[in-house]
Design a binder for this molecule. Structure first.
Ligand SMILES: NC(=O)C1=CN([C@@H]2O[C@H](COP(=O)(O)OP(=O)(O)OC[C@H]3O[C@@H](n4cnc5c(N)ncnc54)[C@H](OP(=O)(O)O)[C@@H]3O)[C@@H](O)[C@H]2O)C=CC1
Ligand SMILES: O=C(O)CCC(=O)C(=O)O
Length: 411
């Protein structure tokens, strides 16, 4: 899917949710624009002595509910349309989850795979210097997204603190635990998805025994590992190079080692290489797209054979595809609910750092479960009240919550 199509499909779901909820036209108009976009170009010193100009941005969509919140995505295919649409999803996600945040997203256009570690550090530090005027602990709190590790977040924290001249742990989340990070942030998206999936299983009485997972990074790798430990059968996973399949279930720890050694999941012992397309069309109980947006559209929705789709990536299923899947009795657990665990635990990290008192892993896990179950209930209730599928219900609840906050501010 092209990024302009992802942007358009995000506007479509905002528009149709407003219509369904009977929300006044002016709020639809407001929500169809980001409040602010900062585009920056900054020089980075390369190891060979030259400089390279890096283009990056921060899109801030809506802050009626609180400070803007959202991750930073790094990659050569990052675009303004993509980051803007992702900032809109963040506003809706935070509102649905009941967090006191608005939505934003950052993007750095650079090929992370072609940078040395020192160059990557300079790119990350330069980004914070460049967007410094628009971030702050009660203004906009960044976090990780694709290709941004806790180590990179640590460099960004350090750069911000050098600029302001004092410690400020609540400026960014997803930090290494030894640097004010919170226990469980790296597995938070996966656990949040599992908590929601268990609720869906309970209500819809569906099977969740076999899994195909697209993406084997922070989100896809974590959920594959957790499911493997729980004794579930992860039969297929993929990364940007392609995928692997084993009907009896993949040995995930061994596959992680293989990926670390070779840079790819392909070529793994006792598994057959497959394409990303084949993975999406696999006959499994749960398909979990955990990589990129726009992978299930009207063009391939009728080829999906999974019984349910756990949308761990942002925007993997567009609105038209969700309708086709719904008509085919395939349950779509929408992204703004399924992957909400990341920002929920980021919120706990922010609260921990503002309070200056560390949370235990058990407290993180129990609170995450509560928030995810509550959000699921609100989606399930809206789904019954409005007689719509979970996908539409989730967007509707999130948007209604933002609009209520705007009204309370007399916007
Ligand atoms: N990290 C977070 O806190 C959150 C992330 N998300 C969303 O989850 C998704 C994954 O993020 P995250 O795991 O953090 O990112 P990572 O960078 O850690 O991992 C991304 C994974 O996706 C793979 N990938 C990239 N492009 C493709 C492609 N075209 N086809 C198949 N696989 C591909 C990568 O392959 P390779 O290893 O070969 O590079 C990698 O395995 C994104 O949509 C993100 O926005 C949502 C909520 C929070
Ligand atoms: O943890 C956060 O603050 C945001 C994570 C994120 O970017 C997302 O949920 O898409």
């Amino acid at each position: 899917m092209k990024d302009e199509d992802f942007y358009k499909s995000t506007l479509d779901i905002i528009g149709s949710s407003c219509e369904l909820a009977g929300i006044e036209e002016r709020y639809r108009t407001i929500l169809s624009y980001p409040r602010r976009k900062l585009i920056v170009n900054y020089p980075v010193h390369m190891d060979d002595g030259g400089i390279r100009m890096i283009t990056a941005l921060r899109a801030q969509h809506n802050d009626a509910l609180g400070p803007y919140k959202g991750g930073i995505r790094l990659g050569c295919s990052v675009t303004e349309e993509e980051v803007t649409a992702l900032s809109m999803l963040m506003s809706i996600k935070c509102a649905l989850l009941g967090l006191p945040y608005g939505g934003s997203k950052g993007g750095i256009i650079a090929n992370h795979k072609a940078l040395s570690k020192k160059e990557l550090e300079r790119v990350c530090r330069g980004y914070i210097r460049a967007i410094y005027p628009v971030i702050g602990p009660t203004l906009d709190v960044p976090a990780p997204d694709m290709n941004v590790s806790p180590e990179a977040i640590g460099w960004m924290l350090d750069e911000y603190e050098r600029m302001v001249g004092h410690h400020q742990l609540d400026i960014i989340t997803g930090k290494p635990v030894e640097l004010g990070g919170i226990k469980g942030r790296t597995t938070a998206v996966a656990w949040g998805g599992i908590f929601v999936m268990e609720e869906v299983k309970r209500i819809h009485n569906c099977d969740c025994s076999t899994f195909a997972i697209q993406g084997f990074g922070n989100v896809g790798g974590s959920i594959a590992q957790i499911l493997h430990e729980k004794g579930r059968r992860v039969v297929a996973v993929s990364d940007s190079t392609g995928g692997v399949y084993n009907e009896s279930g993949l040995n995930i720890p061994a596959l992680m080692y293989h990926k670390e050694e070779t840079g790819s999941v392909k070529g793994f012992d006792k598994a057959r290489d497959i394409t990303n397309e084949e993975l999406l069309e696999m006959d499994v109980d749960v398909l979990a797209p955990a990589a990129r947006e726009g992978v299930i559209t009207a063009a391939n929705a009728d080829k999906i054979h999974a019984r349910s789709v756990l949308s761990l990536a942002n925007g993997p299923v567009d609105m038209r595809a969700s309708e086709i899947l719904h008509d085919r009795d395939i349950i779509v657990i929408p992204d703004v609910l399924a992957n909400g665990g990341g920002v929920v635990v980021s919120y706990f990290e922010w609260a921990q750092d503002r309070e200056g008192y560390g949370w235990s892993g058990a407290k993180v896990s129990a609170n995450l479960k509560d928030v995810m179950k509550k959000a699921f209930r609100s989606v399930n209730d809206a789904s019954k009240d409005y007689k719509v599928d979970m996908y539409r219900a989730a967007y509707l609840v999130g948007i209604k919550n933002i609009v209520q906050a705007m009204k309370a501010r007399s916007v």
